[in-house]
Design a protein. Structure first.
Length: 152
């Protein structure tokens, strides 16, 4: 029974780790602050690289500044929540010896935080439509979609 409990905890830990990487990649890969210098995971494109790939005009870049600032602020808030949820799971794992209701609640809290981050990132992506040409927007969505399979 103890081996099953340890295996269960390892499985939960692995799932949480992979999910966090995926959520982090999506958030980092598609949202940026003014610096545009986000690190990528597993070969995915940064938001700055996506901007470069769709060849923004200086006017478009200027119009994106308030959207980017708003997205960066929201991302920072959501990352803080995700970090807190991960810390909660760490505390629970220190006290639990099996996949308990407390572990499940902590994992669900992480999932909810990750989902909020992904939703905010996608909202930002879709918010850009009004500033981009139809061709640029189509290209942005295509590039963002191509980056997702490499987010782990």
């Amino acid at each position: 029974m103890k081996k099953q409990g340890a295996a269960g905890l390892l499985a939960v830990g692995a799932v949480v780790f992979v999910a966090c990487l995926g959520g982090s990649y999506l958030g980092i890969g598609l949202s940026r602050g003014h610096s545009s210098e986000f690190v990528t995971h597993s070969g995915g494109a940064t938001h700055a690289e996506l901007h470069q790939a769709i060849v923004l005009t200086p006017q478009q870049e200027e119009k994106l500044i308030p959207l980017e600032a708003k997205a960066k602020k929201r991302e920072d808030e959501l990352r803080s929540s995700l970090n807190a949820a991960n810390a909660d799971l760490a505390r629970v794992l220190a006290n639990e010896r099996s996949y308990s209701p407390e572990v499940e609640k902590a994992v669900e809290k992480i999932h909810k935080a990750m989902a909020k981050l992904q939703k905010a990132t996608l909202e930002h992506l879709f918010e850009m439509e009004g500033i981009l040409t139809s061709e640029q927007y189509d290209q942005l969505l295509q590039l963002a979609g191509e980056s997702l399979p490499h987010s782990h």
